[in-house]
Design a binder for this molecule. Structure first.
Ligand SMILES: *Cc1c(COP(=O)(O)O)cnc(C)c1O
Length: 420
């Protein structure tokens, strides 16, 4: 890991040399100097954005093919979001849950209606919603399933990504996420992703939940075998294990359905949402689920000062309206099919695999070829912002509002950059 960090720093220094505007250089040096180095961003300093496009401080225009890790499915600075922000910000922004507000009730009703669930619990970031789902599953395990106190187990997947809190990184299988951050929370067991037999074998009488991503975004857009989710549901139902579906990245239209689990005939017990739930304007996350599980929370059990605040709820209501009104899941499905058909034409000597659903896609770069990052740097020169995940994968996940011609143009650029 140390070698990677040295590489990364060198890479950064090299890029800072060539073709970088004076203004951009100043902002990047400032962030480097005063910030903790917990990210390795591309050398682009964004100062304005609209729809699928962003502009840097020098006025250069780029197509955003990352969408803030799927937090801007609705597109940057959507006019309806902006209108809601201005309207709600001038009325009331924060009440805390000590009082009711006139946005949270409607938001809860609209979110549970949209997702076909009974109750929801609002938080702010994705990781907090994951923590909330873990607490909900454990409480259900003790109160309803009658697991002996302190014995509840939650099964998770290899190569999972569920956020960065100490509990959550504790059950990661990525060394870099956890090194030097222990000791970790007990009560989690890892099973191989996409392997129903392994899951069935790992379940014990104390298992209260199975936490999974329907497609693993951060692991490099890993799509499990078809039928896996149905088998997961069967195993969970048979053993009274909660099916906990983290759709923070895959949800809200990204994969060509409103939720990625809808590709199979299943219904999770708990659904975790975040990212695009705030339409790129505001961090808002939620656990949505059944009365049997979420009905167990009592006053004092759990909370969040900003969770359920009227500004976030108002923005999230508009974010959901946009998905429905602009038929963004359907759009993602149609454009995704076309995009992957184009990616499939890339030379096999460089691109060994194309993966994805809807507008959550990735190409796997051959270990014999250049680094995924170097292709990202070349794409940036041509006006496309894409980011590598791990070292051999490039993810392509534009805002779902991307114009069809923009996607065609992006494909042509990608085909030009990724040659034999
Ligand atoms: C981004 C993400 C999270 C964490 O969300 P934060 O808002 O960054 O805390 C959790 N799970 C998945 C699948 C994600 O993609």
């Amino acid at each position: 890991m140390a070698a990677t960090t040295v590489e990364a720093t060198k890479d950064n220094a090299n890029n800072l040399g060539a073709g970088l505007g004076e203004l951009s250089r100043r902002f990047i040096e400032e962030a480097d100097h005063f910030g903790a180095h917990n990210y390795h961003p591309l050398d682009v300093v964004v100062s304005r954005a609209q729809g699928a496009w962003v502009w840097d401080v020098e006025g250069k225009k780029f197509l955003d093919m990352l969408s803030a890790y799927s937090a801007v499915n609705q597109g940057h600075c959507h006019p309806r979001m902006l209108e809601t922000l201005q309207r709600q910000a001038s009325r009331v922004t924060l009440t805390s849950r000590a009082f009711h507000n006139d946005q949270m009730g409607p938001w809860l009703r609209e979110l549970t209606t949209l997702s076909g669930m009974q109750r929801a619990l609002p938080m702010n970031t994705g990781a907090e919603a994951v923590e909330t789902a873990i607490k909900a599953a454990r409480k259900w395990g003790y109160v309803v399933k009658k697991v002996p106190e302190g014995q509840a187990e939650i099964l998770v997947c290899s190569d999972n990504f569920h956020g960065r809190t100490t509990t959550v990184v504790g059950f990661s299988t990525e060394e870099k996420y956890k090194k030097n951050f222990g000791p970790f929370t007990p009560g989690f067991k890892v099973v191989p992703y996409g392997d129903a037999n392994a899951l069935a074998k790992a379940v014990t009488p104390n298992t209260v939940g199975f936490l999974f991503e329907p497609i693993q975004g951060e692991a490099g857009v890993i799509v499990p075998p078809a039928g896996w989710l149905s088998e997961v549901q069967e195993i969970c139902r048979k053993n009274r294990v909660l099916m906990i579906d983290d759709e923070i990245q895959t949800g809200l239209g990204r994969t060509g359905k409103l939720f990625a689990y809808q590709y199979e005939d299943v219904k999770p017990d708990l659904l975790i949402l975040g990212k695009a739930l705030g339409g790129g304007f505001y961090p808002i996350s939620a656990v949505v689920g059944s009365n049997e599980v979420l009905g167990l929370f009592e006053p004092g059990d759990h909370g969040s000062t900003f969770g359920g605040n009227p500004l976030g709820c108002a923005l999230s209501r508009t974010a959901m309206d946009i998905l429905v009104d602009e038929k963004l899941p359907e759009r993602a499905f149609r454009l995704g099919e076309k995009f992957r058909a184009g990616l499939a034409l890339l030379p096999k000597s460089v691109v060994t695999e194309v993966r994805g659903k809807g507008l959550l896609n990735a190409v796997e770069i051959s270990k014999q070829a250049r680094s995924a990052r170097s292709y990202c740097v070349e794409l940036q020169r041509r006006g496309i912002l894409a980011k590598e995940t791990r070292s051999t994968t490039i993810r392509f996940a534009p805002p779902l509002v991307i114009e069809e011609e923009a996607l065609d143009w992006a494909l042509a650029q990608i085909q030009d950059v990724i040659r034999d």
